[in-house]
Structures are given as structure tokens and as C-alpha cells.
Ligand binder design. Structure first.
Ligand code: SAM
Length: 556
């Protein structure tokens, strides 16, 4: 947070004001214009003033506006696309966690230097944010099932970590369907550091640079950091005196991901987006594999096999790590932190009707961990929301759709807001033709997702994305008009819903009926492929159902 010093300004009536500044929107943000438009339409800026002497109720009114501004600043592309301009939020757990944590950080910084007058109101604001963050705990009533297993290897790994300066409030446990994960060994609050890994225990390019292998490889043309890390890891894995011996021994014996799908699983996926994604990823690996094979001859190691084994692990990228501090490093292996399981940012429970899925409804505890602390020379994993003793602590691997998570990690989360189906409408209209200036009707790339994630089911959008609906109104030449007779507007809605039905009904038919498969005896990859197909079917079916019930509403 840039210069969030305690600022106190004189108010008109002689009283004093606390000034809270949010970071201005970055002009480099591709969503800058959209965000600015929404902020302006709500008369919000990044500057807020709260009189020192105001009541808690008045302070909360300003806080609500601060939170609104923070939510808009943290909107991602999907939230912008799926959220109507009049949706004040909360928009998603991720958005809410990021927004509240930003405000908490600003208020904590202000409190460090605040005068006595400002202290009271700042504390009221900070406490309210903590209450809101702690209330997100309520979601964790349905965790993954713990399994009792021999975990000598995992205990050795934690002991190894301790000896190498790792500090942690987490233990390792086994979970049904997810392998190992990390569990809070005590109550950990918002902002507490759950895990701290010294830079010297991270397998990164810097470590590589200190090895003899780096000297041998660095002059090879087009060798990437990932390849060098891979080669280093393969050799180090069999080095009996390696500092990382225990870490390598504790790696999973096999990685079951989409990249290792067999022919039956691929056949089940034919015609889906995941099929295309898997083919592309395999192609990329094939090219990458050629580089490896050349190197294999050069350094005479039996690489291919280990390459296949290690590739997914090496795919675990931490793109933000070292961003500011070291600059170029992007990929690294982080012992112990690599045991944190992923949770998608589910929606806030009161907003998501739980009729669609009955599985675990959890959201990540760790969202931001991207920087090596220059002072402590360690990578810290602070909590963005509390984790109670005994509960699994989840990390967000990023805003990934299910297809990506299957391809590289081998699992498919439920209720993932990033599971969207892209829709290319190849007609565009001049924006001037649109009666609604807030909608980019020339945008032809649209998308849909499960309509169970929408708050609005009735007109004007019937649970469908407002941008898509507005675009269709425009290209069908049937824009809504408040002064037109109701029957005309209904007819316009009908045209849009029927057009959508004509797109999605064949798509649903193309996905076929749910397979009458003996799931119990099917291989893991076929089951995962079928889960994915079921999810696609459920998304498309929800669109068809929303259109059909919209048409029924228009009839009634
Ligand atoms: C970085 S590792 C996490 C530790 C891993 N569970 C282990 O036993 O080593 C990533 C792998 O954990 C599993 N995983 C992570 N999050 C999961 C989730 N929410 N559901 C199911 N499996 C998950 C997947 O197998 C994934 O490839």
C-alpha cells in the first residue's frame, strides 16, 4: 500500500477527519475503463473522509462506500462480465477477501501513526472489517474427509523444514480424494502467518545459479529456467547428500492429471473444450520433450521417465513470487507449501443457493503470498481469512477453470465461478445503435456459466449475463425501450430467449445423455472425464432451463 500514513484533515465545522485513501486504479489495468465507469456512476473515488467524532453508524456508512470502491477495484474480467452495473456485491469470496484485506491493511497502517482523536474511529472501522472477514468462517462446515494413514514421510518432511528454518502453524493430514493437505494446528487469525519458508529452502533459479549444472547449461541456446530446474531436480533427486533429499522423497509417487489421460477418458471427452485443451497441452509437452531428449544425449541422464513424472509438479508456477524483489524468477518449487490443497473462491454462502451442489463449500484461506520478504529473506503465507485449529487450510492456485485444473492438477472443483463456456457471436453492432451506453455491443466475445450462480432469475436478464442479453437485443434490433408498450418489450425478450435456446439446445444435445457408466469400476481418468462432461452438461442445461422458464414467465 502506497503511503497510507495517518492523515487527519480539518473538517468544515472545526472537527477533524480521518482520511482513508485507496490506491488509485492503475491505467495499465485492461479493465481500467470499465472500473472507472462503474466508480463514476456510483460517485465513488479512492478518497474517503470520516469525521473523528462521528457515530459508529455514520462511520459504517462511509465504510460501506470504501468496501464498494475496493470491490470494484478488485473486479476481474469475469466479475465485470457477469455482474450488472447495479450489483453492489459482495461479488465473490475472492473479491470480498481481497477487498476487505486491502482495507484492513490500510487501516492497520493508519493506526500505527494515528493521533488519539483518529484512533477511535479507525478502530471502529478496523473491527468491523475483522468481523466481516471472520464471518466467512461460517462456510467451513463441510470439509474434505480426513483419512488416517501412515505419515512418517510427512513427519520427516516437517522436521526437515524445521531444521531448515521453516516456521509453520500447520500440520500435514490426508484427505479423501485430495491426498495430503495442511491443517491448522492452532487457531490462525486473519493476517497471521500460517507458513514461512526461508528463501534458501526454495528451489528456484537463484539456487540453480549456484550449482555446477548451471555453468554447464547456461550457454545452451533457448534453454528455459523451467528446463534447467527440471534437470537440476532430476539429478538432485538421486543425490544422497542433497539438502532436498527428504523433499524429493516426499513427492507423490505419481501424478494423475489430464496429461496422463488414457484413450477411454479422451474418447469420453471428444467434442469438449477440455479435449482441445488437453491436445494442446500434450503438443506443447511433446515440443518441450524434444529439447529434453537432446539434452538427454548431452548429459547422459535417463530423463524422459522422470520428466514425465516431474512435469506437473514443475508446472506449479507461482507467477507473483519474487516479482518485485528479484525480478525475473517465476517458477520454483516450494517445499511444504507444495502440500497446500486448492480451493476455488466459492461465492458467499448467503448468495449462492446451494441447490446445485452439495459438496464441500470452502474458500481459500491464503490468497496472497507472492513476495519474498526482503528483511526476513523468507516467503510468508499470511491468512486472508481465519482458519480454526483442526481445519484444512486452503490456498488459491489461481483463477482457473476446471479444464485447467484437470489438465495440470487432476481434479475438478465444484461451483467454480471460472467454469465458463465461451460464445463467439459473429455479428456486431455500432455502439451508437445501442440504447444502453454502458454495454459494449460491439463486443462479440461472450460467455455463459451456470445460471445457478446468478442472483436474478426474472426479467430483464432471466439469470443470463446482462452483457450477452443486451448484445442480443442490439443485434436483433429489439432494444428495450421504457416508453414502448409492455407487449413490445415482452416480444423483444422473447426473441432474445428464443435465439439463446436455438444456440444452446443443439449444444446440449451434442453433449449427449449422461453415460450409463459403471462409475465404481471405471478408472480414475474416465471418472474425471465423465465428471467434466457432466459439469458441461449441467451448465448448458441451466442456460436452457433459464431460457425456458423466462419464456414461461413472458407467457404468464
Ligand atoms: C500442490 S499439490 C497439493 C498436495 C497434494 N495433495 C499431495 O498430496 O502432495 C497439488 C495436488 O493436490 C491435489 N489437490 C489439490 N487441491 C485439491 C482439491 N481441492 N481437490 C482434490 N485434489 C486436490 C491434486 O492432486 C493436485 O494435483
Amino acid at each position: 500500500m502506497a503511503a497510507a500514513a495517518a492523515e487527519v484533515a480539518a473538517a468544515g465545522g472545526g472537527g477533524e477527519m480521518v482520511v482513508v485513501r485507496l490506491p488509485p486504479l492503475s491505467q495499465d489495468d485492461p479493465l481500467f475503463q470499465d472500473k472507472k465507469r462503474i466508480l463514476d456512476s456510483r460517485n465513488l473515488s479512492c478518497l474517503f473522509q470520516v469525521p473523528n467524532s462521528c457515530s459508529a453508524a455514520d462511520a459504517f456508512k462511509v465504510l460501506d462506500r470504501m468496501i464498494q470502491a475496493a470491490r470494484i477495484a478488485h473486479m476481474d474480467e469475469l466479475e465485470l462480465y457477469f455482474t450488472g452495473d447495479d450489483d453492489f456485491g459482495p461479488l465473490s469470496t475472492r473479491n470480498e477477501l481481497e477487498s476487505l484485506n486491502l482495507l484492513l491493511k490500510i487501516l492497520n497502517t493508519l493506526l500505527l501513526t494515528a493521533n488519539v482523536g483518529a484512533m477511535g474511529v479507525l478502530q471502529v472501522l478496523r473491527d468491523e472489517i475483522l468481523i466481516r472477514l471472520r464471518s466467512l468462517e461460517l462456510e467451513d462446515n463441510d470439509q474434505m474427509v480426513v483419512q488416517i494413514r501412515n505419515q512418517n514421510m510427512e513427519d520427516s518432511l516437517l522436521k526437515w523444514g524445521e531444521q531448515h528454518g521453516v516456521k509453520t502453524k500447520l500440520q500435514i493430514a490426508f484427505f479423501e480424494g485430495a491426498g495430503r493437505g495442511m491443517v491448522a494446528s492452532e487457531n490462525i487469525d486473519v493476517g497471521d502467518i500460517a507458513l514461512e519458508i526461508p528463501e534458501s529452502s526454495i528451489i528456484s533459479e537463484e539456487l540453480l545459479c549456484q550449482s555446477g549444472m548451471f555453468l554447464a547449461l547456461k550457454d545452451l541456446d533457448s534453454i528455459t529456467t523451467e528446463t534447467m530446474l527440471l534437470l537440476w531436480s532430476i539429478r538432485e533427486r538421486y543425490n544422497p547428500s542433497s539438502k532436498f533429499k527428504i523433499y524429493f522423497e516426499a513427492l507423490p509417487a505419481n501424478f494423475n492429471t489430464g496429461l496422463s489421460f488414457g484413450i477411454d477418458a479422451l474418447a469420453a471427452l471428444e467434442g469438449t473444450l477440455l479435449f482441445d485443451e488437453l491436445m494442446q497441452a500434450r503438443q506443447a509437452i511433446y515440443c518441450y520433450g524434444i529439447v529434453i531428449l537432446i539434452l538427454q544425449i548431452t548429459i547422459q541422464l535417463h530423463l524422459r521417465q522422470q520428466y514425465d513424472e516431474l512435469f506437473p509438479m514443475l508446472c506449479i508456477k507461482f507467477p507473483d513470487i519474487f516479482k518485485q524483489d528479484v525480478g525475473k524468477l517465476t517458477t520454483c518449487l516450494i517445499p511444504i507449501a507444495g502440500l497446500l490443497n486448492h480451493s476455488v473462491c466459492n461465492f458467499i454462502p448467503e448468495l449462492i443457493p446451494k441447490f446445485s451442489f452439495n459438496g464441500p463449500q470452502v474458500s481459500p484461506h491464503i490468497l496472497n503470498y507472492g513476495r519474498v520478504d526482503k528483511v526476513t529473506k523468507s516467503l510468508k503465507f499470511p491468512l486472508s481469512r481465519p482458519c480454526k485449529a483442526g481445519e484444512q487450510c486452503f490456498l488459491s492456485y489461481g483463477k482457473h477453470p476446471g479444464s485447467h485444473l484437470i489438465t495440470f492438477y487432476g481434479f475438478l472443483p465444484r461451483d467454480n465461478p471460472y467454469d465458463v463456456i465461451p460464445l463467439d457471436l459473429d455479428t456486431s453492432v455500432d455502439e451508437e445503435d445501442s440504447s444502453s451506453p454502458s454495454v459494449t455491443t460491439s463486443q462479440t466475445s461472450h460467455m455463459v456459466r451456470g445460471t445457478w450462480l446468478s442472483r436474478l432469475r426474472g426479467p430483464p436478464t432471466y439469470g443470463l449475463p446482462h452483457r450477452l442479453v443486451s448484445h442480443l437485443h442490439a443485434i436483433l434490433g429489439c432494444n428495450q425501450n421504457e416508453s414502448a408498450p409492455e407487449a413490445d418489450n415482452k416480444e423483444n425478450d422473447r426473441m432474445v430467449l428464443e435465439t439463446l435456446l436455438s444456440i444452446f439446445t443443439p449444444m446440449l444435445e451434442g453433449l449427449g445423455e449422461p453415460d450409463d457408466f459403471d462409475r465404481e469400476n471405471a478408472c480414475w481418468d474416465v471418472n474425471l472425464a465423465l465428471d467434466y462432461k457432466d459439469l458441461q452438461r449441467r451448465i448448458v442445461l441451466s442456460i436452457v432451463t433459464s431460457c425456458t422458464s423466462g419464456l414461461a414467465m413472458l407467457d404468464s
